[in-house]
Design a protein around this ligand. Structure first.
Ligand code: PLP
Ligand code: COI
Length: 368
């Protein structure tokens, strides 16, 4: 059922929002955006059908999506999404970070969820089209950005369980400050042993809503234990590290090695990939391999592991002070942020905000 036809046209119909927020409302939101609370004045909408492929690309006023109560997504969760950011540079220009990686990942997610693949050039053009009408929503204060949320779901009204023949792709955008209310203060992470995020052959490597739905009880457990996020272990033995509910996890060893868990059921993070590259550029050795929770316990206790952090688009890079689990803790809740952690964070954000040379060609301009 996969649609491999190129879209018929890259020409978007644009309907501007007559009820766009006033300058005063806009200024209030931009002054304190928070995360994921406020949305811009427009959204992108592209239709797909089995017969017609991708068609009717448009930019329209942000607003409710009308759909049939029998739409397959509401029953069977046939959905995928992406997350990336638009950054305002000093000269006012607007850029995004490695969008082709998000486009490729969305294709992989779509394949796993039996959804159609959106061509990369369509994905990138959809971001440009949204920025063309909503550029004023890209904030310019330090560490702020416009979070872009492309998503795609099964809109066909049909209760039989099979891949939908009608799908829509959208992009919405939300001005963003820090993901965690504490900014870049080191956080504590809860290790879930009762719940798993993904299993062998499941959807763990796809960015699909169901993975997040199933993480919520564990995330609640994390909050109940005073932790910011949850770390999931493998579903069979609760022994191997996977990732956090919405971020990858990284450990720095005292000999300079930068190590991150390898598993077929974790999301391939673009922030992670970029940070590993920056670490390699500094001559550090990086390893993506199976890691057990005992290795982490022993490594932190012996002083072999000297820094820990979590990374992802929304939160960028957050130092981890401590892990907590039923019956034990790893590390110290008061541990300061690691030196390499903070310096990698600085280097990555310097590239994203255009403060240093983009030597890997990671940035794509969206407003020209
Ligand atoms: N893992 C999960 C489960 C995520 O939701 C995210 C966030 O997108 C990541 C990892 C990090 O991915 P990226 O760096 O591409 O944002
Ligand atoms: C992101 O970092 O983009 C995410 O998707 C994490 C979370 C907001 C779901």
């Amino acid at each position: 059922m996969k649609n491999l036809l190129a879209p018929r046209t890259l020409e978007f119909a644009v309907q501007t929002n007559e009820a766009a927020r006033s300058a005063a409302e806009h200024a209030d939101i931009i002054a304190e955006p928070g995360f994921g609370k406020h949305f811009t004045d427009h959204m992108v909408d592209i239709c797909w059908s089995e017969m017609g492929g991708w068609h009717r690309p448009r930019v329209q006023p942000y607003g409710p999506i009308a759909m049939d109560p029998a739409a397959a997504v509401l029953h069977y969760a046939q959905e995928v999404f992406e997350g990336l950011k638009a950054y305002r540079h000093e000269d006012g220009s607007i850029w995004t970070f490695r969008p082709e990686m998000n486009a490729e990942r969305m294709k992989r997610s779509a394949i796993r969820l039996a959804l159609p693949e959106l061509p990369t050039e369509y994905f990138i053009e959809s971001l440009r089209q949204l920025i063309a009408v909503d550029a004023r929503w890209v904030p310019s204060t330090p560490d702020t950005s416009l979070y872009l949320r492309p998503f795609m779901f099964a809109k066909e009204a049909f209760l039989g369980v099979r891949p939908a023949a009608k799908v829509n792709y959208y992009v919405i955008a939300s001005p963003a400050g820090a993901y965690f209310t504490g900014g870049v203060e080191p956080v504590s992470i809860w290790i879930s042993t009762d719940y798993a995020r993904a299993g062998r052959g499941g959807t763990g490597a796809a960015k699909t809503g169901g993975n997040y739905a199933s993480s919520l009880v564990a995330q609640q457990e994390a909050y109940d234990h005073g932790c910011a996020q949850v770390l999931f272990l493998d579903s069979e033995k609760s022994e191997y590290l996977e990732e956090l509910g919405g971020m990858n996890v990284v450990f720095v060893y005292k000999d300079g090695r930068v190590v991150t868990p390898e598993s077929s059921s974790i999301l391939e993070g673009i922030t992670l990939d970029s940070l590993l590259q920056l670490a390699k550029d500094r001559g550090l050795k990086t390893e993506q391999r199976r890691m057990t929770i005992s290795e982490v316990r022993e490594g932190v206790a012996s002083g072999d592991i000297v820094e820990m952090f979590a990374c992802g688009t929304a939160a960028v890079l957050v130092p981890i002070a401590q892990f907590k689990a039923e019956g034990y803790t790893i590390g110290d809740a008061d541990a300061p942020a690691g030196e390499l952690t903070m310096s990698l964070r600085q280097e990555l954000t310097d590239i994203q905000y255009g403060r240093v040379q983009d030597r890997h060609g990671w940035m794509t301009r969206l407003d020209a």
